[in-house]
Design a protein around this ligand. Structure first.
Ligand code: ACO
Length: 341
């Protein structure tokens, strides 16, 4: 089996920043409550011209530029999202066209906030078996489009954003390990109805928005992240202490801190940006990964653990070694000719 390497990465968030002070004007809440219960100070919100597709295309193009490949070399585009603007076609169809991956297949993958881990896992199998050579994996969500802006229990927690990676076969690093789980008995803890649903179950106001049992998800999330981190370490044969950086799903700073405490991982080995973006669902982990690389938190040879949970209830983790040069591969430093060659 061939090894799998990330050769390109990129992120994209909408321009509009929505602060807690702005949310205070919409619902009965406070900056103090939101920060103390979730760690979130602000989030990005898509404007009318922005969407999952525009964010995914921008993040994808950046990842392709960093990988220094021609987009036509890409075999497959996998888009992890739950907030497609249309039921048909898949948003991946627009992204495949938008990034110029004219020889690629494309599909959406719905595994909620665990979607990027699932997508990267799927891509890794195609690469490892030799079926495909270069795959663009994107996680992107415009959660603001499925929020009830009168429900203080949910609207304070989410935001919009995207992250992308290019994966290719290579010789360096540790083999990628994956652990994925789902507990459908808890599926109703976090739902969004669909206009395709059973007529008698459609919301009377036809608002297709998130409802969730926050405290139940909080308890589940901590246990799930601890389980996933331990299991994937067992599978990879690498001790948790030997990872350089953990990138968790950015749902709530308290969930991340509680899981880190239970795993005895110091917070300086855990990357967080939930403070600035809130929970961007499928976008969360790749956005944090791309930002961590650009912030100088990841360098060649580092061992990285991605861990997440989401609706389903799903959870999972993935381990990899970072094999790309980072310092020399900042986007602004890549000559355009090289990026398109
Ligand atoms: N502002 C002020 N008060 C609020 C707010 C708010 N925005 N939201 C809820 N409250 C109130 C509630 O009405 C309740 O009041 P009551 O006690 O009078 O009934 C109280 O705050 C609830 O307080 P806690 O139980 O202490 O809240 P908790 O510490 O559990 O925090 C939170 C709530 C932030 C929702 C937390 O449970 C959480 O983050 N859960 C996980 C949610 C999550 O991650 N969902 C995404 C899953 S991933 C995916 O796939 C999309």
């Amino acid at each position: 089996m061939r090894k799998v390497q990330i050769t390109g990465w990129g992120m994209s968030v909408p321009e509009k920043v929505m602060t807690n002070a702005e949310i205070e004007k919409l619902v009965d809440t406070s900056d103090e409550w939101i920060k103390s219960r979730s760690g979130i100070s602000e989030r990005r919100i898509c404007g009318d011209e922005e969407s999952v597709a525009t964010m995914a295309i921008e993040a994808g193009k950046r990842a392709i530029e960093r990988a220094r490949i021609d987009p036509a070399e890409i075999d497959l585009v996998i888009l992890a999202t739950l907030t497609d603007a249309r039921l048909l076609p898949s948003t991946a169809a627009y992204v495949q066209e938008g990034v110029g991956a004219r020889r690629a297949g494309a599909f959406d993958l719905d595994c909620a906030c665990t979607g990027f881990i699932a997508g990267l896992g799927v891509a890794a199998q195609f690469i490892a078996t030799g079926a495909m050579q270069k795959i663009l994996v994107i996680g992107a969500d415009a959660v603001s489009r499925i929020l009830d802006w009168t429900d203080r229990g949910t609207c304070v927690l989410f935001g919009d954003g995207a992250g992308a990676v290019v994966v290719e076969a290579g010789d360096e690093g540790i083999p990628l390990s994956l652990y994925l789980r789902n507990d459908g008995s808890a599926a109703n803890a976090l739902t969004v109805p669909s206009p395709m649903g059973v007529r008698s179950e459609l919301p009377a106001n036809r608002e297709f928005v998130i409802t969730m049992d926050g405290p139940a998800i909080f308890r589940f999330a901590v246990e799930a992240m601890v389980d996933a981190a331990r299991e994937v370490c067992d599978r990879s044969g690498i001790a948790l202490d030997d990872f350089d950086l953990v990138i968790p799903h950015q749902a709530n700073l308290r969930i991340i801190q509680a899981a880190a405490r239970a795993l005895k991982v110091p917070m300086d080995k855990v990357y967080t940006n939930v403070e600035r973006y809130g929970n961007t669902s499928g976008g969360s982990i790749p956005l944090a990964l791309a930002e961590a690389v650009d912030a100088g938190r990841i360098k060649k040879g580092d061992r990285i653990l991605l861990v997440g949970f989401g609706a389903g209830m799903s959870w999972g983790a993935l381990t990899l070694e970072w094999t790309a040069e980072t310092a020399s591969a900042r986007l602004s430093e890549i000559p355009l000719a090289a990026a398109t060659a």
